[in-house]
Structure formats: C-alpha cells, structure tokens
Ligand binder design. Structure first.
Ligand SMILES: Nc1ncnc2c1ncn2[C@@H]1O[C@H](COP(=O)(O)OP(=O)(O)O)[C@@H](O)[C@H]1O
Ligand SMILES: [Mg+2]
Length: 431
C-alpha cells in the first residue's frame, strides 16, 4: 500500500523517500459507517519543522505527541544520532513512556507493532529528586540554572512585574549593579544584599523585592553549577524534562515559563554555534563534535506562548519559531486552545494535527496555515471524524491538503488518560 509522506519537499522525497519519517497513523477514508483505515501516514522529522497538535480535552493530544517521540526513538541510528528530543512535561505524565504498553498488546498486534519501552532519560528539577525517588520513580538526572542565567527581564516577568513599574525599574538597577560588582559569580543572596543596601530604593519596594527573591530559592531550580546543555542534548537522546512540580509555589506557570524560556534561549545559542562548526566541517572535511539538531516539544503551549500577554518563554520561543530553522531546531506545540496560542506559532506551523475541536474560534485559528481551504471545509473534516480516541485531521502546509487519520496505538505506556470509576476490561476506552 502506498505511503502518504508529509512534510518533505519534492527533492527530499525523491532522494530519501520515507527515511527520517515518523509513522503517525493511517488515513481514514469514508465517513460514518463506511469509514475505514487505508494508507499509512508518515511525517518528516529529519528537517526542522513547527508542528501543532491540538484538540479538546481528552481527544488524544498528549498521546499523539508521544507517538512523535517514539518514532524519533525508532529511527535508524545513523539518523537518530543527529537528533535530540527535549520533551517538556508540564503534567508529569511522560515518565511512564519508559514502560512498554503491555495493556494494548492486542491492539498493537493489529498494527503489526509490539509493546516497547522508550529509551529516555527523565530530568527533574534539582531540589525535587528525592521526592520523586520516594514515590518510586527512577530519576536519571537533574537540571538546574544559575541565578546568573537570568536577565533582569527574566526576573521581572517571572515575578509578574513590568519593566516600567517601580519594581521592574528597581530590579533592572540591582541586577546591573550586582553584575558589575560580582562579575560572573553571584547568587540570590547577593541580589538580596544589593537590594537592602541600595539607598535609592524605597523601603516598601525593598521589602517586597527581598521577599520575591527569597521565594525564588524555593522554586527548586537553582544551583551554583547552572545548566549543562550537552547533558540534555546528547546525540540520539530523548530527554523528558518534568516541570509539573511548581504547583505548590505561587505562579507555577510563570516559573515554568522561565524554565522554558531559559532552555530555549540556551539551545538557540548552542545550536547556532554548532551550525557554524558543521558548516566549517562541510567546507574543510574536518568534522567537529557538536550538539545534534533538536526537537523541543511542550504540552499546554498556550501557557508559554500566549496570544495575549507575555511570559518569560514568549521571546525565546518566538525566536525559535522565526529563526529556528537555520540552526536546526524543531518545535512541537500541544494545545487545547489554538485560539489562545500566539498567532505566529500558528502561522509558522507547517503541519497541524488536530483532534476533535468544537469551538468555532479554535477551528478558525487553524485556517491560518492554509489558504486553499475555507473555514467550512476544515470544520466539515473535523465533524466527519469518527468518534474514536486518536482520530485527527492532518493539515499539511506543504501539499496544502487535509488528511483525516487514526493515530496509531502507543508502544510505550501512556499515563495521561482520565481516571474512570468503572474498571476497564482491557479494552481501550471509547469516548
Ligand atoms: N491514538 C490513540 N489510540 C488509542 N487510544 C488513544 C489514542 N489517543 C488517545 N487515546 C486514549 O485517549 C486518552 C486521552 O488521551 P490524551 O492524549 O491523554 O488526551 P489529551 O487530548 O487531553 O491530551 C488516552 O489515555 C488513551 O486512552
Ligand atoms: Mg493531555
């Protein structure tokens, strides 16, 4: 049966065929009673892309994102070693991918697939390691940042201030002072000392800032060492970065935004340098070791890159969206509400995988990647989807076509389903 391959241009398709692609599911032909599964559908993962996965709650978004991760994990070594995956886990569900999906062995068989554990590394914030291990989850590594990694704007946005309010202005001033005085070695306590010692800042502001900076120590993400990007982005490595924890600290999403923002900008600069080395290697034949191309994936993307307002991740993510192609950075955004996601993420997406959506505003948002189709068409395709978990439409910017598909079952365990009071008999839950 002919394969449907999306996301490759004609040149790559001719040269590489289905090499470097992810098998996502099967094409659905016909509607209602007549609907049946036909050709297998593949999506390119070997070149930089921006992919958006959306759909209402419980329609299979997180599950589908996991399929992309598994497929990258299954690529031949010669391709895989040029890639690294960074899966930003906002709900703490993806660690389960390290277990095989035994409960769906029967269903997998029908797809000629077998349960298989994912070879991945789980990274948790440095201060939460023990807590994880106490609950029986194996942690492979921790991540942390140095307070010096943060610009004054990072602090201002994460604390929820504005660069032009009195708190924002004071932070700008203090960080500049601390940097000048301490050069390249300072911690949060040095920042607090500098605040208290500053004569130009009012007492009221001083106290509130000192409080904020003290609270930042509780975020659990700071250490003296700071971040080593190479550990996260080893060739062929799939890194699951759990940032679900900050629920207890106030402003959980702003801390998550900070983490994503810091990572994104570090990865961008590292990949820019790597790209230079690679070009140099091509010209001279002297290949140097570099960090691989990166896939950054995140759930709840509208929380990081909202259509309205700004988070500490907004700027860095927009840079990746606009300039990430050249340094080889791919993005996969998951959201329930495409309408709430920054319009640049939508307009730059070259592939959208949309599970069932009902809000007209959200469906309208999707039409921004494709001029060929009218809003009504997209709506019709979504309405015609069988009411099965994992049914979705793929909007491919390259071919300007829409494909209804059934996403394939997962090889590895998915922990994200909603709990059910009626105990299952081993069948997949139907909606
Ligand atoms: N392709 C699929 N095949 C079979 N079951 C699926 C598929 N996609 C999702 N499901 C089922 O639907 C449930 C909800 O999917 P999930 O991805 O967690 O939803 P959400 O859209 O809220 O992220 C999963 O736990 C799984 O049981
Ligand atoms: Mg989900």
């Amino acid at each position: 049966m002919e394969k449907i391959i999306l996301g490759k241009d004609a040149g790559d398709l001719k040269k590489y065929g289905d090499l470097g692609t992810a098998m996502i599911g099967r094409h659905i032909v016909g509607t209602g009673e007549d609907a049946h599964l036909t050709n297998y559908v593949y999506v390119d993962v070997s070149r930089p892309h921006v992919i958006l996965v959306c759909g209402k709650r419980g329609t299979g978004k997180s599950y589908s994102a996991g399929i992309f991760v598994e497929e990258i994990g299954r690529l031949p070594d010669s391709i895989k070693e040029n890639l690294a995956v960074l899966l930003i886990d906002t709900m703490g569900i993806y660690w389960s991918m390290k277990m095989p999906n035994e409960r769906d062995a029967e269903i997998l068989k029908r797809w000629n697939l077998k349960p298989q554990a994912l070879d991945a590394k789980l990274f948790v914030p440095v201060s939460f390691k023990d807590e994880y291990e106490e609950s029986g989850i194996d942690v492979d590594a921790t991540f942390s940042f140095s307070p010096m990694d943060l610009t004054s704007t990072d602090w201002i946005i994460t604390f929820g201030f504005s660069p032009i309010d009195e708190h924002g202005i004071a932070i700008e001033r203090i960080i500049k002072k601390v940097k000048e005085k301490m050069k390249d070695r300072y911690g949060i306590d040095d920042i607090i000392d500098a605040i208290m010692a500053d004569e130009r800042i009012e007492k009221r502001i001083k106290d509130s800032l000192a409080n904020r900076f003290s609270a930042a120590k509780e975020w659990g993400i700071f250490s003296d060492e700071g971040l080593v990007v190479d550990d996260l982005l080893a060739p062929g490595q799939i890194s699951i970065l759990d940032i679900s924890h900050f629920t207890r600290t106030s402003g959980a999403w702003s801390v998550r935004g900070l983490v994503v923002g810091l990572l994104s900008s570090k990865i961008f600069t590292e990949r820019l340098m790597a790209r230079k080395k690679e070009e140099y290697g091509l010209m001279t034949g002297q290949m140097k070791k570099t960090i691989p191309m990166v896939w950054i994936m995140m759930d709840e993307a509208h929380q990081f890159l909202p259509a309205e307002g700004e988070t500490a991740a907004s700027g860095p993510l927009l840079t990746l969206i606009k300039e990430g192609r050249e340094p080889g950075i791919s993005l996969l955004f998951i959201t329930q509400m495409p309408n709430k996601l920054h319009p640049d993420a939508l307009s730059q997406a070259d592939l959208i995988m949309s599970h069932r959506l009902t809000s007209a505003k959200d469906i309208k948002a999707l039409s921004s990647i494709m001029q060929t189709y009218m809003l009504g068409d997209i709506q019709d395709y979504i309405n015609d989807l069988p009411r099965m978990k994992g049914a979705a439409i793929l909007l491919d910017d390259n071919s300007e076509r829409i494909y209804p598909i059934q996403a394939r079952p997962r090889l590895s365990w998915h922990a994200g389903g909603s709990p059910c009071a009626i105990k299952e008999k081993g069948l997949l839950d139907e909606e």
